[in-house]
Design a protein around this ligand. Structure first.
Ligand code: SF4
Length: 405
């Protein structure tokens, strides 16, 4: 094969989600610490969690990138060096940066590789070269760039490139959106995006009289899905493909990572794209939270059909109900309950490889061995042993069967 397999970069919204993403097939993870990132509402990592997350990932050959991609004022830059030095000591593999001032401080106080955040909106080879000369070692291109164009930028500059392959989209150029600033008083570019593009709007004239309110969600994009475009990604020699979604749940982290990882792994092994895996994993992607899918700008500039014309996400078909904490062979599986389920429910175990396995709950016990009829979230229960089960496997139920949020 002339082209290389791209790195699969998954979101780690928490330490537990990091472990899930690693075990479901990520090659690298990106996460935020307590400072200087753009997801102030996420469960950002404490210093202790960062150390544990790096150890867990590195022990399995998976890289860890930390976002430091807010735009900072001078007084905040003064607080950056100790944090950067800490990250270097922990052994993170790169920082993700958007601000030229932040880049300068990071380079002055560490030898860490720096990836340029999509917040810098690089969409051409001149921009990529500029940042390369400034010291970045990878450019995360703007979501306005097609796969083919990303490949051309890679060829023209020699700088490794990363593109978004899956997840929520911005309707604005990343790093340039100020809708939340004006409508909510929250700064998108310093971690405060209120997802204002998902709200209802109408067209008015300058006196405020409504001209058209027939398409109130015209700023809201469908979600990106590039699974079927992996052959083009490989052909274009893209270095890394990113799954958006640090704010999303375990089910999303596990299922989306597995979808891309399984298709890429089969191609790497056999040298051919497997249509059965593609179809199977396309169905899996329809089962995680989404606003319908679009290929965004990956092939052609996004058109009107990329707009999501509703306020809510698509109704869920499945709900994640638990995560496996321990497997005792031929005896039981210890499960942390994330959402209630009950005796007799039919659930699915999502293994790290292969198809989901359905089973019926013939018994449930608490830790003292007492029978449980209906579980409660945030408790631990034992359920019957399944040979395929492994620690950190996810369990889910159909919404017809279990309560869906
Ligand atoms: S409001 Fe929408 S377009 Fe703007 S930064 Fe937030 S998600 Fe992106």
């Amino acid at each position: 094969m002339s082209s290389k397999i791209p790195e699969l970069l998954a979101p780690a919204g928490s330490l537990e989600k990091l472990k899930v993403a690693v075990l479901y097939g990520a090659d690298a993870l990106y996460l935020g610490g307590q400072q200087f990132g753009l997801r102030t509402a996420a469960d950002n990592f404490t210093q202790r969690e960062l150390v544990e997350g790096c150890e867990f990932a590195h022990a399995r050959g998976v890289k860890v990138y930390v976002v430091v991609n807010a735009f900072l004022h001078d007084q905040e830059l003064a607080e950056l060096p100790p944090y950067v030095k800490f990250l270097e000591q922990v052994g993170v593999d790169a920082l993700i940066v958007a601000d030229l001032g932040v880049l300068k401080v990071v380079r002055s106080h560490s030898g860490l590789p720096v990836h340029l955040s999509t917040q810098a909106s690089v969409i051409n080879s001149y921009g990529a070269k500029f940042w390369q000369r400034a010291g970045v070692t990878r450019v995360i291109l703007g979501r306005e760039v097609s796969i083919a164009h990303a490949g051309e930028i890679r060829r023209a500059t020699g700088i490794p490139v990363e593109i978004f392959i899956h997840g929520s989209m911005c309707s604005s150029y990343s790093g340039n959106c100020v809708i939340s600033n004006f409508t909510q008083g929250r700064d998108s570019n310093r971690g405060g995006c209120a997802h204002s593009c998902r709200f209802e709007y109408s067209y008015s004239d300058q006196d405020g009289a409504v001209i058209d309110s027939s398409s109130p969600y015209f700023l809201s994009s469908k979600d990106l899905n590039g699974l079927s475009l992996l052959p083009q990604v490989v052909e274009a020699n893209i270095d890394s493909i990113k799954i958006e979604g640090r704010m999303k749940g375990h089910h999303y982290a596990g299922v989306v990572t597995k979808a891309y990882a399984s298709l890429l792994a089969h191609y790497q092994k056999i040298g051919q794209w497997d249509q059965n895996i593609l179809q199977q994993q396309t169905e899996e992607l329809s089962r995680v939270i989404n606003r319908d899918y679009t290929s965004g700008n990956l092939l052609h500039p996004a058109q009107g059909d990329s707009i999501y014309q509703q306020r809510e996400n698509r109704p869920l078909e499945y709900q994640m109900v638990g995560i496996v904490h321990q497997v005792v062979k031929d005896d039981f599986i210890l499960v942390e309950v994330k959402s209630a389920f009950e005796l007799g429910d039919r659930l699915e175990l999502i293994p790290f490889a292969g198809e989901a396995q359905e089973f019926e709950l013939s018994w449930i016990r608490d830790l003292a061995g007492g029978q449980v009829v209906r579980t409660r979230p945030s408790t631990m229960v034992r359920i019957p042993y399944l040979p395929a089960a492994q620690t950190f496997n996810l369990l889910r139920g159909r919404c017809a069967e279990v309560v869906c949020n």
